[in-house]
Ligand binder design. Structure first.
Ligand code: HEM
Ligand code: HEM
Length: 191
């Protein structure tokens, strides 16, 4: 006898395409790694370990950039579920603005990090891959400015992600609609 499918028809949910969901959570995980690697440097004095953590930070940061670009391509090719039908225009606008700002951070931060590295007179080396081209000559004043932009945008992004996550939880717990579930991994698309 074939195994019984335990998913009842009512548990089919209008979810986003699987690739969009995978890309969303892969980016979130990569970001956690990016922050963990750079912030854990504060706890370590040994130069070699600090350099290794920074190299990991750079590689993970560039991975975020590749994920963000891929997500934009995916979004343009795949149709996302309209999980927000019934929301008023102010909420739709707030959601679109937050998402646009998140993309702006995801795309600009790695480039700023790359420029900042070059302005310090260093090259971005990727493990097992070639070094990336040098985009700027050494300029320590510029490096300081780029570092402060890089850091400010990174912390602005933390604020945006907190808002974004809180909004998702609000949809799920208070409004009880399908916005969060549409992005949740492992659920099945409505046939
Ligand atoms: C989405 C991607 C990235 C995020 C969220 C991010 C975030 C951060 C954060 C939070 C810091 C610490 C700032 C502080 O101390 O307040 C930092 C520092 C730094 N980041 Fe990134 N970063 C990203 C990508 C990159 C990339 C791709 C590179 C280089 C290719 C890079 C190079 C650096 C450098 C050189 C520093 C300074 C580290 C130090 O001297 O202590 N970052 N980044
Ligand atoms: C950690 C960093 C995160 C980033 C950078 C991020 C970014 C984004 C972006 C750009 C979108 C637009 C859809 C897309 O292009 O894929 C999106 C959608 C979404 N995210 Fe996140 N997200 C993050 C974390 C979270 C967390 C923690 C939650 C849940 C608590 C969440 C829940 C959602 C939901 C439900 C949607 C779909 C919203 C809709 O239907 O319009 N995200 N996210």
């Amino acid at each position: 006898m074939p195994p019984r499918d335990r998913v009842t028809p009512s548990s089919f949910i209008a979810t986003h395409p699987r690739l969009v969901i995978v890309a969303h959570w892969a980016t979130a995980l990569a970001l956690v790694l990016v922050f963990t690697l750079v912030l854990s440097r504060e706890l370590i004095d040994e130069k070699a370990w600090r350099a290794l953590l920074l190299q990991g930070h750079r590689a993970a940061g560039l991975t975020v950039w590749v994920f963000a670009l891929s997500r934009l391509v995916l979004r343009s090719r795949l149709t996302l579920a309209d999980s927000k039908a019934g929301l008023g225009w102010p909420q739709r606008l707030a959601s679109q603005a937050t998402q646009a700002l998140l993309y702006a951070c995801l795309l600009s931060l790695p480039v700023l990090g790359w420029l900042l590295t070059n302005a310090r007179g260093q090259v971005v080396d990727l493990p097992l891959l070639r070094s990336l081209p040098v985009l700027l000559d050494r300029d320590l004043d510029l490096a300081d400015d780029l570092e402060s932009w890089h850091s400010t945008i990174a912390w602005v992004m933390v604020g945006l992600v907190s808002l974004h996550g809180a909004a998702a939880v609000w949809h799920h717990r208070i409004r009880r609609d399908g916005v969060l579930m549409a992005m949740w991994p492992g659920l099945r698309r409505r046939p």
